[in-house]
Design a protein around this ligand. Structure first.
Ligand SMILES: Nc1nc2c(c(=O)[nH]1)N[C@H]1C(S)=C(S)[C@@H](COP(=O)(O)OP(=O)(O)OC[C@H]3O[C@@H](n4cnc5c(=O)[nH]c(N)nc54)[C@H](O)[C@@H]3O)O[C@H]1N2
Ligand SMILES: Nc1nc2c(c(=O)[nH]1)N[C@H]1C(S)=C(S)[C@@H](COP(=O)(O)OP(=O)(O)OC[C@H]3O[C@@H](n4cnc5c(=O)[nH]c(N)nc54)[C@H](O)[C@@H]3O)O[C@H]1N2
Ligand code: SF4
Ligand SMILES: [Mo]
Length: 668
């Protein structure tokens, strides 16, 4: 029997789409877009469609595995869970619960995926990861400036006279915004793209500006200087609703326009053009995440926020500094789900420096790592160090669908279910504000089990089983009970499948900000409370020809590692044979200087690592720019993170993945 059922995309993505899933004879056979979804309106991408292939793949893990004498052996769940629980009890007794590290990322947008934290808190509190490789520095920056990182509703773009896409690869990563861009353009809005790579979004822009990577903050300084010199800033907003403007003026005084143009490699006309569109609003700015993965990433976002503010584009329809939309996720009652008070002890490593944390930890050392919803050996910077760290611990446990690079070095691998084999609700705190319901549609293959089942079984063995004695409905209820005034209930979710969460469509329209002063803070109180200076500042990226000429002499090219078109990070590479090799994309000048043509094989390298691949030319890319898409598996040629640095960003919460110099040589 064939049935079409509504479900949801669980992938970590801006768009959080609704699915229509065709189920036939107990199998998922096809995934289409749900035309009734108010935001995603029937359009989905190939990554979503391929969740059918992922779910039905013969490569799926179906049985728990234990490594014995270097070989994986199939074991029963009872054996796996008994042994893991015994190790955890022993570790807690001998060294304390923080000798266990929970390593995770955002691979699944389900609300109940947060129950892993409940498990580790009830165990007594483990070593956890804080900050985010993905967007940590930008979220922190906007929290300092506005009090939160909130975006305008998707339809508000039609109020914009001008739209600036600043370092977001919209056509590739945020397809529903791309549709809106095309429509807004038809309605007369202009589109400007600022990006080192002439990407598919740049192709539809009225104006494309090629930028030297890592220099965006200085561009914002240049525009602000020009606007203020012309006396075109929004005096009323600045006087009434901001603090620290004089600190911003001091900063702008440090730079001449000549110096700014020289360092950013932008023309005077381009700067003038940007100033003109910011002062002729409403102008909306869509900030990407790539741009803040630099040592100066937090300040870059702060300076662009400041530009949006002084030009009068904050809190107005059609304006906004749209980065994350964390007002969406803030709707859920996370502490009811995760029970933070149960943790008796705690220790944090940053996401970026988890390998260093593991290798250097004392009192206690890290004895066990449990990996869920993550593939750190591929996705975390400085892969060689990450591998050394994850191999150094006594017990590594990985819960996943596939034998990933991380799973391959594990001692226990536990097979888990995909979105169609479990029930949950899904949302993304990135773009729109709908929460989507996804029911269990099919049985999992073999003995694969939901993450929640694994936590429940382990909890029983560890003595806190009662904290997991709840049905799925009861767990969901913990997260949403307080939302019933907004018609968000389990019954409504099951019936209507998609419900709007209460958010502001035009954040900050009352000009009341969530900062300690209640104003937009050019100089941030939160930052000073955390021990930072808090004033607006400009820092250079760490690895660039300007900040480190000696390093740039050895490694003259800037390596970006942007998100792949057809895969969500590392998740789709095992499903698509054509993706299973490394592609090194180089700018035209690099090709010429190194006598490289498309199809050649070459190696990029720096002091952290080396990676070989096939050359492709990036037309119109900024000079000296190389890109290797992230997510490639080591077994298919190697992850670009073999080369990337693992420092924390300027505000301590983000990564510096793209702040990376390399050299290139043609392979013999
Ligand atoms: N197809 C696909 N879509 C995805 C994902 C995926 O893996 N695949 N992942 C999802 C996730 S988790 C995320 S975080 C988002 C990320 O979404 P995006 O922010 O759109 O993507 P990124 O690949 O992080 O980088 C975006 C852009 O930043 C540009 N860039 C790099 N350095 C600079 C710079 O110094 N200045 C400027 N102005 N631009 C710069 C790059 O050239 C690239 O065009 O995408 C989501 N959507
Ligand atoms: N060089 C470089 N590195 C990057 C980036 C970059 O731009 N450049 N981007 C960064 C960004 S933005 C992000 S968000 C991270 C993403 O990093 P990750 O989240 O680690 O990457 P994924 O490949 O999406 O997922 C990791 C694993 O989770 C598994 N998984 C999926 N669903 C579930 C589930 O329900 N349960 C369990 N237990 N496992 C599941 C998948 O099968 C996959 O093997 O990577 C970061 N790394
Ligand atoms: S990956 Fe993103 S765009 Fe693609 S179907 Fe899922 S939510 Fe939609
Ligand atoms: Mo991300």
């Amino acid at each position: 029997m064939k049935q079409i059922v509504k479900s949801s995309c669980p992938l970590n993505c801006w768009d959080s789409c609704g699915f229509d899933v065709t189920v036939e004879n107990g199998k998922v056979v096809k995934i289409d877009g749900d035309k009734d979804h108010p935001i995603t309106q029937g359009k989905i991408c190939g990554r979503g469609r391929m969740l059918e292939t992922k779910t039905n793949s013969p490569e799926r893990l179906t049985v728990p595995l234990k490594k014995i004498n270097g070989q994986f052996t199939e074991i029963t769940w009872a054996q796996a869970l008994d042994e893991i629980a015994d190790i955890m009890l022993e570790l807690k007794k001998k060294y304390g619960s923080t000798s266990v590290l929970h390593s995770h990322d955002y691979a699944n947008n389900g609300l109940l995926k947060n129950l892993d934290k409940r498990f580790f808190n009830c165990y007594g509190g483990v070593t956890s990861l804080v900050g985010s490789i993905c967007w940590g520095s930008g979220i922190e920056a906007q929290t300092w400036d506005f009090g939160s990182s909130d975006s305008h509703g998707p339809d508000d773009i039609y109020n914009s006279k001008h739209i600036v896409i600043w370092g977001r690869n919209v056509a590739r990563t945020n397809m529903h915004l791309f549709n809106h861009l095309q429509e807004a353009k038809k309605n007369g809005s202009t589109i400007t793209v600022i990006d080192p790579i002439f990407n598919a979004t740049a192709k539809i822009a009225d104006k494309y500006m090629s930028i030297k990577p890592g220099m965006d903050g200085l561009v914002a300084i240049g525009i602000m200087k020009y606007i203020i010199e012309q006396n075109n800033h929004d005096d009323m907003f600045i006087k009434n609703y901001t603090v620290g403007f004089s600190d911003l003026l001091d900063l702008l005084d440090h730079f001449t326009l000549e110096e700014i143009l020289d360092k950013t490699e932008l023309s005077y006309q381009d700067l003038q053009y940007l100033a003109s569109i910011y002062c002729d609003g409403p102008t909306s700015t869509f900030l990407g995440l790539g741009m803040q993965r630099y040592a100066n990433g937090g300040n870059t976002i702060r300076l662009i926020d400041a530009l949006v503010a002084i030009s009068g584009n904050v809190g107005i329809a059609g304006g906004g500094a749209n980065f994350g939309n964390i007002q969406v996720g803030k709707n859920f009652n996370m502490s009811a789900l995760t029970l933070p008070d149960k943790a008796k002890s705690s220790r944090n490593f940053t996401m970026m420096k988890q390998a260093d944390g593991i290798l250097k930890a004392i009192n206690p050392e890290i004895k066990m790592i449990m990996v869920t919803c993550g593939n750190p050996l591929v996705q975390v910077p400085d892969s060689n160090k990450v591998k050394e760290a994850f191999e150094s611990v006594e017990t590594l446990i990985v819960v996943d669908h596939f034998l990933t690079d991380t799973a391959e070095v594990a001692d226990y691998v536990l097979p888990t279910t995909t979105v169609f084999e479990e029930e949950d609700i899904y949302y993304a705190s990135m773009y729109h504000h709908y929460v989507n319901y996804g029911e269990k549609l099919v049985d999992p293959p073999g003995e694969a089990k939901p993450d929640l089942w694994i936590w429940t079984e382990l909890a029983k063995r560890l003595g806190f089983g009662k904290e997991f004695e709840f049905s799925i409905d009861e767990f969901l209820e913990m997260g949403i009970a307080h939302l019933s005034d907004h018609e968000i209930t389990i019954e409504n979710l099951k019936e209507q499948k998609r419900l709007p969460l209460p958010v502001k469509n035009v954040p900050w329209n009352t000009k009341e900000f969530s900062t300690p002063s209640g104003k937009f803070e050019f100089t941030s109180t939160l930052a000073t409370e955390k021990g930072f200076n808090g004033k607006p500042a400009y820092y250079l990226p760490k690895e660039s020809s300007i900040s480190n000429p000696a390093l740039a002499k050895k490694y003259p090219y800037q390596l970006l590692s942007i998100h792949p078109l057809r895969s969500n990070h590392s998740q789709h590479y095992p499903l698509i044979a054509a993706m299973q090799s490394v592609k090194i994309e180089i700018s035209e000048d690099i090709a010429k200087d190194n006598e490289l043509v498309e199809g050649d094989t070459a190696t990029i390298f720096n002091e952290r690592g080396r990676l070989s691949g096939v050359i492709k030319i990036l037309k119109k890319a900024h000079p000296k720019t190389i890109n290797v898409d992230e997510g490639q598996w080591h077994k298919f040629g190697g992850s670009v993170n073999l080369l990337t640095p693992d420092h924390d960003s300027d505000n301590g919460q983000g990564s510096v993945l793209y702040d990376c110099l390399v050299n290139i040589e043609k392979n013999e």
